[in-house]
Design a protein around this ligand. Structure first.
Ligand SMILES: C[S@@+](CC[C@H](N)C(=O)[O-])C[C@H]1O[C@@H](n2cnc3c(N)ncnc32)[C@H](O)[C@@H]1O
Length: 951
């Protein structure tokens, strides 16, 4: 059956190409006819296109001859009709006009006018070339949003993805999967080094890496190999040896700014852009790093033989929050130096250090390690390519002479020698052995471009011995187990000078001088360097968690982290060693750049809605009465509202978000659309969506939640929805508030009976427009739908949240008193728009809410009691001496009055600090998110009332 399946997939690809061809031919024919009738002098089509593509490729079809529709009538879900002229196909499709995030629906007439005005193209419009630049305004690119083209594209991507996996040797597919991490890593490098902007001016000839490196200061060797990996995956083109050019894919992330300006003020790189570069940067930075820790966080300790989870150690950290904030490296604490200890009681954690664990370092280039990891298998595959570099372009040097080949081979082998990087990275989960200079390590997930920063103050011997005070409740003792994982520790040889790339970095990582600190700080002699073999064999699969003591972070013990749905115990929290949820973390002082980038990245995420007018556009905004109020809840910097406000001039908008974000939004609008702010149609309002909606002077017609529910686990999302439900009007007056939820709606990877067939009308109306597919394609179109599933796991890793299936979404909405009335997705897109109306809040929800209120009250009372008893345990005098010193004490030196005062002062300071820490813990605790206040103060409400006063 395999050959038959391959043939079927091949046929799907063939049909899809024919569909695309037909649309482009139809377009060209139409314009040829129209132009002929309007402009008799212009008969022959111009071969030269003003399309900004600088590589022109010849058209692959004869546009003068209409191609016969080749749609297979066997398409089960959406049989394609014979293609009619493009005009009848376009009325309902959203065409991007000025930006990839345009929300305008465009009629074919408008489209025609646009095309004709902008590009004098006759009948040679071809599908955009991979070797051209991405120009969203070109007809070729606009036609990719045509429903037939979008659908065909999906089928091609799905079928090719499936075929590749079907025919490739499984081991290599596993390699692709398990080493695919290099792709985001290299993409980040491409973006952060501003190479795309540098390459822009070079055009199709490209630029030699030497010249690129001269501009951005990167190492030539590293840059070459990074760019080649990207060229191999079609993100760039290697036009000749070591000379690269941007292509349709990489140019889509071009900010359009001169690289010199970006280098002069990199912090402004994303300002005023469409946000694609920001999106790529965010995904390949914090999201990528969080994902690397998913298994470490989600695997039950009992089955995790290799990895033992570390407790989130931030409360122990002597580091400043900004340092912790900007890097996923662990703070420099006894636990990070000596490996995370067996968890300790959280209440005591801030007063006492962790116990040290066993081994910290591993040398994975150790030959024994390699054997254990089965790396010997690689030899065969390396043998296949003979050890020489292969180029994704023709390598003239290779074919020149045998001497050339030997030179090339030699240089390849030279590059295989250990890198010269001074930085070392201890594996986070490996047994400790002192680092050896034989095998220095290069940057890894933990060590990113901005993590390569100068060393922070190294923890001193004194710091540790201070912890090891005799009589202290917890002292440094032998770990109870021989293996406990080490937190990642970056080390570098003492003698090495500061790396030039560190200069602009805002975040010093915790760099540790290896030998000095280790030998002096270790509580016991280091055991001989263990290998991974011993590591994996020493611990039976069902070994219990490393300690009987319990760590509670935000109400979740370490042993239960894998079961937790708390947004503060996600892989992101593990990776970045923070107890804050992502958005609160973004607001930390050291993360200003990331916060700004996040706002821009959200604008970039508009690309999800590009295809076929899905997303928020599916709501009939034009049917709302004039003056209707749309509340964009968690609206970010207002990207969606801006576009809606420009398109639907009869509507008013309130954009709500966190204080800092609202401020950024206002600044951005002041620049882009001050008339909308000043004219009173749009206002920003700081509001925490976990608290009840403020009283709005105009009843809200629509609550808009765009990519909000996917940020929160069900219990949290329900709270947001309940707050909106309670502020909604259920239609008894004039207004019935509707809820618009725009998010990915995930299909199953098998046929879903619930979503099969026609829409269910009326009761719980759900309109489904799934992309066309036919077996043997997966019903969710596999690779072609990857984005929605990437996002799903991204949400999981960042927030312990998820994208939802339609079932999950309907259930969630119902649990908060919202009834899903309609769900639409554009053909070729999984980004959906769900429209819901108020219904009764289920009694189960109300009961659960009451129970939670009671629990929170109890918890608060317990907390208060703990604080009180702690104060009492200090006695009436709070630990101060109960006798007064007399003159003899002074004379005999028994009592140093000033010393006494100083000690007391220190104690008092420590008590204050502890209280502050407790308050901070409470503020970020998941159960207290609801108590989180964000400046929705009375003044805001008053200001708003004044603002809307005329209504
Ligand atoms: C994924 S973004 C979506 C932004 C916007 N809706 C869009 O589509 O571009 C999530 C937004 O929720 C905001 N947010 C997070 N926690 C919030 C809270 N407790 N109250 C209000 N907004 C919050 C974030 O600041 C962020 O702007």
């Amino acid at each position: 059956m395999t050959i038959a399946d391959l043939r079927a997939l091949h046929a799907i690809i063939g049909d899809a190409i024919a569909d695309i061809e037909h649309v482009y031919a139809s377009y060209n024919r139409k314009y040829e006819d129209e132009d002929d009738s309007h402009d008799p002098h212009w008969r022959s089509p111009s071969p030269a296109s003003s399309e900004s593509s600088y590589y022109s490729t010849s058209t692959s079809f004869d546009s003068s001859r209409p191609s016969t529709p080749t749609h297979s009538s066997s398409f089960p879900t959406t049989p394609l009709e014979p293609l009619s002229p493009i005009e009848s196909k376009f009325p309902n499709i959203q065409i991007q006009l000025d930006s990839p995030f345009s929300l305008g629906k465009c009629s074919s007439r408008r489209l025609h006018t646009d095309f004709a005005d902008r590009v004098h193209m006759k009948n040679d419009t071809d599908f955009p070339s991979l070797f051209g630049i991405y120009d969203p305004n070109s007809p070729a690119e606009k036609l990719t949003a045509h429903p037939e083209v979008a659908s065909a594209t999906k089928r091609i991507v799905a079928a090719c993805g499936q075929m590749g996996v079907m025919v490739q040797v499984p081991f290599l597919t596993l390699c692709d999967g398990s080493m695919g991490y290099h792709l985001p890593s290299c993409l980040r490098f491409l973006e952060a080094s501003h190479t795309v902007e540098i390459l822009r001016d070079a055009g199709k000839k490209g630029m030699h890496v030497n010249d690129i490196a001269a501009k951005n200061g990167c190492d030539v060797g590293k840059l070459t190999h990074i760019l080649r990996l990207l060229a191999t995956h079609h993100f760039l083109t290697e036009v000749s040896a070591d000379t690269f050019a941007v292509n349709r894919v990489s140019s889509a992330m071009d900010t359009g700014k001169p690289w010199q300006d970006i280098l002069a003020s990199p912090e402004k790189k994303y300002e005023g852009t469409k946000g694609v570069a920001a999106f790529v940067a965010m995904c390949s930075d914090e999201l990528f790093k969080a994902a690397a820790w998913m298994t470490d966080t989600f695997l039950p300790p009992a089955i995790n033989s290799i990895v033992v989870r570390t407790a989130t150690p931030t409360l122990l950290s002597p580091q400043s929050p900004s340092i912790r904030a900007s890097s996923p490296l662990p703070p420099l604490t006894p636990s990070t130096i000596l490996g995370p200890a067996a968890p300790i009681l959280r209440g005591a954690s801030s007063r006492h250090p962790r116990r040290p664990s066993g081994h910290d370092f591993v040398d994975c280039q150790d030959s024994e390690c390699s054997k254990t990891m089965g790396l010997s298998g690689f030899d065969d595959h390396i043998g296949l390519v003979g050890g020489a570099e292969t180029f994704p372009c023709e390598d003239s040097q290779l074919s020149e002479s045998s001497e050339g080949i030997s030179k090339r081979s030699k240089s390849s082998w030279r590059e295989l020698s250990p890198p010269k990087s001074p930085y070392r990275l201890a594996s986070p989960w490996s047994p400790m052995s002192p680092p050896t200079s034989r095998h220095p390590r290069g940057p890894s997930n933990f060590l990113s471009t901005d993590d390569l920063t100068p060393p922070s103050p190294i923890i001193s011997r004194r710091t540790l011995t201070d912890y090891n005070v005799p009589g202290s409740p917890i002292s440094l003792r032998q770990p109870s187990r021989t293996f406990l994982p080490a937190s990642p520790v970056v080390t570098r040889p003492r003698s090495h000078s500061r790396h030039p790339s560190c200069i602009h970095s805002p975040s010093p990582p915790r760099l540790l001088s290896p030998k000095s600190s280790f030998s002096s700080l270790s509580p016991r002699p280091l055991s001989p360097k263990p290998s991974l073999t011993s590591l994996s064999l020493k611990f039976p699969l069902n070994s219990p968690p490393p300690s009987s003591e319990v760590t509670l972070v935000n109400g979740v013990s370490d042993a239960d982290v894998h079961l937790s749905n708390s947004p503060t115990r996600s892989p992101f929290n593990t990776a970045f060693r923070t107890e804050k949820e992502f958005f609160a973390w973004l607001e930390e002082k050291g993360n200003v750049g990331r916060l700004k980038r996040f706002g821009c990245a959200m604008t970039g995420s508009g690309g999800w809605e590009d295809v076929g007018g899905g997303g928020v556009l599916a709501f009939p905004w034009d049917t709302l009465p004039t003056g209707s109020l749309v509340v964009d809840v968690g609206g970010g910097i207002g990207s969606t509202s801006l576009l809606l406000a420009k398109k639907f001039e009869n509507l008013r908008f309130v954009v709500q978000d966190r204080v800092g974000v609202v401020k950024m939004g206002e600044d951005a609008w002041r620049e882009r659309a001050p008339e909308l702010l000043d004219g009173g149609r749009v206002m920003f309002l700081a509001h925490d969506f976990f608290t009840p909606q403020p009283t709005l002077p105009v009843p809200p017609a629509v609550f808009l939640l765009r990519v909000i529910t996917h940020d929160w686990p069900d219990d949290y999302a329900r709270k947001i929805l309940l707050n909106l439900r309670r502020a909604a009007l259920d239609g008894e007056g004039d207004v019935k508030t509707r809820l618009v939820v725009a998010d990915h709606v995930l299909p199953l990877a098998c046929e879903d009976l619930m979503t099969k067939g026609t829409a269910e009308e009326g009761d719980g109306l759900v309109e489904i427009r799934l992309p066309s597919w036919r077996p043997p394609l997966l019903s969710n179109l596999g690779k072609a739908s990857a984005n929605a599933y990437w996002m799903d796991l991204t949400m999981r890793c960042m927030f312990n949240s998820q994208e939802r299936t339609l079932r999950e979404m309907i259930t969630l909405l119902e649990s908060a008193g919202w009834k899903a009335m309609k769900m639409s997705r554009a053909e070729g897109s999984l980004f959906g728009c769900i429209i819901a109306e108020p219904c009764e809040i289920p009694s189960a929800t109300l009961i659960a809410e009451e129970e939670e209120q009671a629990r929170l009250k109890l918890q608060a009372a317990e907390e208060a009691e703990r604080e009180r008893s702690w104060a009492l345990s200090m006695g009436d005098t709070f630990g101060s001496r109960v006798y007064l010193p007399d003159a003899i004490d002074f004379d005999e030196g028994v009592f140093d009055w000033f010393g006494f005062r100083a000690v007391e002062f220190e104690r008092e300071k420590e008590r204050e600090k502890e209280k502050k820490r407790a308050r901070r813990r409470k503020a970020v605790s998941c159960m207290d998110v609801r108590e989180f206040r964000m400046g929705r103060e009375e003044e805001d409400v008053k200001e708003m009332e004044a603002f809307w006063g005329g209504l």
